[in-house]
Design a protein around this ligand. Structure first.
Ligand code: ZN
Ligand code: ZN
Length: 124
């Protein structure tokens, strides 16, 4: 929760700074209310998402060419090979063709639904 504390401190500073000239204790209590609202409405969520992304990033990927593990970028740090695309397959929602790997169904040409959109739909 260190990140949350830092963010709260930043919010407090920003609110107090913008309220300069107004009676100080009023500004502080307004800032506290703002912080409560931000925490309740999404700050926590974005911190969790950020940490999940960070964990995935720290795991890195293993180079299929030279076996170098823990690569972080789009190219292998040892041999410069490009990062391999995930080998996951998808089922076509239109014709139920399974094992599609590209962006379009190999059977009917239906475009793949991006994973991001699928997750958003599921969450909302
Ligand atoms: Zn490599
Ligand atoms: Zn299809």
């Amino acid at each position: 929760m260190k990140k949350a504390v830092i963010i709260i401190s930043l919010l407090l500073c920003a609110s107090v700074a913008s309220a300069r000239g107004i009676v100080k204790h009023l500004a502080v209590s307004a800032a506290e209310t703002a912080v409560d609202m931000s925490v309740a409405h999404g700050v926590n969520k974005s911190i969790q998402e950020g940490e999940a992304a960070k964990a995935a990033k720290e795991a890195g990927w293993t180079c299929p060419q030279c076996g170098q593990s823990g690569n972080q970028g789009n190219f292998c740090i040892n041999c410069g090979s490009p990062k391999p695309q995930p080998a996951e397959t998808w089922e076509c929602p239109a014709c139920h063709q399974k094992g599609n790997k590209g962006n379009f169904c190999t059977n009917c040409g239906n475009p793949k639904i991006p994973q991001e959109n699928v997750q958003k739909l599921t969450h909302e």
